[in-house]
Write a protein that binds this ligand. Sequence first.
Ligand code: VGL
Ligand code: ZN
Length: 214
Amino acid sequence: MTPMDTKATTTALLVIDIQNDFIPGGQLAVPGGDEIVPLVNRLGRSFLNVVCAQDWHPAGHASFASSHEGKHPFDLIQLPYGEQKLWPEHCVQDTQGAALHPDLDLPHAQLIIRKGCNPAIDSYSAFMEADRLTQTGLTGYFKERGIDTVYMVGLALDFCVMYSALDARMVGFNAIVVLDACRGIDIDGSMDAAMRRMQEAGVRLIQSNDITSG
Ligand code: VGL
Ligand code: ZN
């Protein structure tokens, strides 16, 4: 395997949604979510460019089951932009649950991009919201910075990491997901589906020990 130049100015590490609510004990816990933090910190140090994504919903967000009478977490409903899976209330703006994990140690991160801020629209992807129209601005940021290669780590592999990776490919970036620095929710076969969709889209799926800084 050729060395990967993680220190290149054209490469970034995107650290996705490593927030208290996605950690065991949180409102939408991803099994083993806390286990990746030391590895993410270590990987972070080998990248020049680090960006974090943060799920950041207003109270009463459309993706919360509690916002829809008679609905329960993990139900599917129809919203104007299409099908939406409903979740427990999570990552409400400015709450402890929405804060990045306290052990995340990425002092050189240059940008924290917040998503899911529109009360009516969810956004798994760090690039584009679920209406498939509203941009978060991250594509523009990477393009203006001359970044063409995006490594991704974080939570949840089968939701926010997958959709971010698919969108990264869609706008033409090289997209690499570091699997052992991710954990998934895995409901209704979501993990198998995510692996297949990422492979089909040309996302490279690697392990952290495949990265030898160039
Ligand atoms: C996520 C469900 C709802 C994630 C965010 O970060 O994967 N999943 N909001
Ligand atoms: Zn969310």
